[in-house]
Design a protein around this ligand. Sequence first.
Ligand SMILES: Nc1nc2c(c(=O)[nH]1)N[C@H]1C(S)=C(S)[C@@H](COP(=O)(O)OP(=O)(O)OC[C@H]3O[C@@H](n4cnc5c(N)ncnc54)[C@H](O)[C@@H]3O)O[C@H]1N2
Ligand code: MOO
Length: 413
Amino acid sequence: MVRLGGGRSDSGLLTLDEAAADAVSRVHPVAGALVLPLAEADGHVLVQAVVAPRDLPPFANSAVDGYAVRFADLTTGAATSLPILGRTMAGEAAAVLEHGAWRIFTGAPVPEGADTIVMQEDAVASDGAVVLPAGIRRGANLRSAGEDVARGQAILPAGRRLRPQDLGLLAALGLADVTVRRRPRVALFSTGDELTEPGQALAPAAIYDANRAMLRALLARAGAETVDLGILRDEAGGLEQRLREAAADCDLVLTSGGVSVGEADHVRDAVIACGTLDLWRVAIKPGKPIAIGRVAGTPFIGLPGNPVAVFVGFAFVARPLLARLAGETYLPPSARLVRLGFSHAKKPGRREFLRVSLEKDGEGVTSARRHSGEGAGSLASLAQSDGLVVLAEEIARVEAGEAAPFLPYADLF
Ligand SMILES: Nc1nc2c(c(=O)[nH]1)N[C@H]1C(S)=C(S)[C@@H](COP(=O)(O)OP(=O)(O)OC[C@H]3O[C@@H](n4cnc5c(N)ncnc54)[C@H](O)[C@@H]3O)O[C@H]1N2
Ligand code: MOO
């Protein structure tokens, strides 16, 4: 596995690994389960392991169109001619085979007594008989009952976030619905006097609220149910009141903005006033001022206002924490190495995330090109790149041509 970092941080800040592990350890899976039809279950998390109620396949059947035979009826080392005694199509009841061959089609039940199927391309049929070649293997092309899944076997583990192929397996076993955990409810708001709802007129010095649109989509991909509480103004008393209300019926309160050191950055004070601030500032770039704690007993994550910091903080702190709340077995994304198409100097002690696109040169060698928008406020740099190059804490400089870990966005969410 490609190592992303884990070195020491500067100025006593927690590293990202320490901070994420600490944040995750403070929360527990939400209580409550519901039974969902398979059509609605994609992306939901299994509360318990699913045990197969029957064998799969439920009966021995043919893997090919051809002829079912008893292996014992075949001549060793020479072709065998056998009379064709009947035929079975998929969906028809199993027959009984005496001495001879039985015409059979893919998925049809194997006649009782037959133990081997010869593919029709390997056989020559004429006048009610078939000639089968030498060298047929005993048991060829026969799918035994229960060979894929045996009744009573645990087929999907508790904590599995259901994927399309899992739903296919449940359906194959005849299950019409599945018990999943209730999705975590997340109260979401943006903070800042400068923020305007997209679609409204923009006043001087105002900007549109970009973080909420991004976070709503990120939350949906993380399997959470979002309670969108809009924009909160930078006013300490109001913030505290709204945080308390949000905490009352949600499993997580998630905000962006107002967690730095500016005079209008009241979020941390509001959190302290109605709960606890367990952790503030992590040794990463961007995203350093992230705040983690509780408001009125409910877990709280305050992401910094800069959109790239929001994205990084969500990917590496909020995402694993949400997985824990959702009861999901979570594997952090694994990076792969890419060749850097640029050199870059950084401050040791912080893990740094660079937005890059992958490009192939004339010889087909892939390298990572850095986006020209470097600031933590550049949404274009996120939207116009393929993923993040991760530079570990201890690194001070990387040179063009070196290999570095890369995480495609598609693997993050
Ligand atoms: N003196 C210092 N200044 C700053 C520091 C610092 O350590 N010392 N840290 C910088 C870093 S790093 C970040 S990140 C920001 C984070 O600050 P806040 O969390 O308090 O965020 P704001 O000040 O509210 O906003 C920062 C920036 O982002 C824009 N923003 C905020 N919300 C949204 C939104 N919903 N959609 C789009 N853009 C948003 C906001 O207008 C600001 O431009 O602080 C640095 N400063
Ligand atoms: O950490 Mo700030 O998040 O660089 O923009």
